[in-house]
Ligand binder design. Sequence first.
Ligand SMILES: *Cc1c(COP(=O)(O)O)cnc(C)c1O
Length: 423
Amino acid sequence: MAYKPEKIINLCLAHMSEANLEQKYIKEAFDTNWVVPLGPNVNAFEADLENFVNSGNLNKKVVALSAGTAAIHLALIACGIKPGDEVCVQSFTFCASSHPITYVGATPVFIDSEKDSWNMDPELLEKAIIDRHEKTGNYPKAIIPVALYGMPYNIGRIMQIADKYGIPVIEDAAEGFGSRWKGQVLGTFGRYGILSFNGNKMITTSGGGAMICNDADSKNNIMWYATQARDAYPYYQHTTIGYNYRMSNICAGIGRGQMTVANDHIAHHQRVQSLYRELLKDVGGVTLHEAPSADYDSNFWLCTITLDPKLRIKGQENAYKEVVKSAVGGAASVIHMVDSPTTDCQPNENVEALRIFMLERMVEARPLWKPMHKQPVYANAPAYINGVSEALFKVGVCLPAGPCVRDEAVRYIVDCIKEAIVS
Ligand SMILES: *Cc1c(COP(=O)(O)O)cnc(C)c1O
């Protein structure tokens, strides 16, 4: 094995443009004294994003915000979600899809996934809508599908159901930047679309997000909420609660630079997926997650595999013997210490053993996101479940796919997986 990583191969980490345009735009912000949460970079970044998401005769508007989580929060507010309301959200997701529902005092109703796309099951969604109406007398007030790992959700069916019951759709395309459903960019189908530019997403602004809106009026409304909801007086006058969620002009400078490489990044992730496809095709017990059909054009933000429960991985007998001491993947973040290394819903031992085996070889591999309906914090939330997401959580692994993962790294990663398997 000739290739050896010098540092850990992360799932996906920020990668700046070759020409360092990010620094040029940041410098401009300093030179012109626009070091504030608005300004020329913010406007230009929004124009770049509008250009990117619009195709054909679409004319969507984009607002740059401080985070994807903030964007979901504001989308719920703009949809008029109130305390006591219910919102249908994909259970198989990162917590930022559902937490903002609780910020507005509403209740998430978790919807399980379809087997093929891993995303919101439309049939289960409709069942939930009908059942919530029977049980509470009200229909859910919004629907949030999620492009998990970049894979599109079946937005054709979801929009049909949403329109049938008159429920707005908020697309969580935080992981699906540039993914397409039947050729149209995700985030442009529903009433609002959410993007994230956190450090590990398809493109980054260090931290940031955006909201795709239907027209200039709804863009204005979101910008108003994002800048403390001020009334038109010479002094601060407020009739509504607002938020400080606008993107900074410095972060937007990074975003402008990143937009020059956005398509390259997406092509890179798709190429990594095709390399995994080629290299893993003869590895028994390991299945690469693929798009169900050509309608689902994924950006493959992360490449994911599932392990046959019967596959034996070296060190598997020692999995879960010790509590984890740092955030998964060694990321710099704060986690609460726990007493027990296990929970009542966790990945199979071969999955945990593979994670440890890979980490020892400088490769970050992560379990799939634990479904929200299995999270203790959501124990009391209604959930419409078919078993798909829980079953996937037990067998799935995320593999590195970011812009720093070159071809030789993909080969190295697959060689490590083969080495980990007990033959
Ligand atoms: C990252 C992410 C978000 C939130 O984005 P931030 O910019 O980190 O706040 C929302 N939903 C999903 C599915 C995500 O992966």
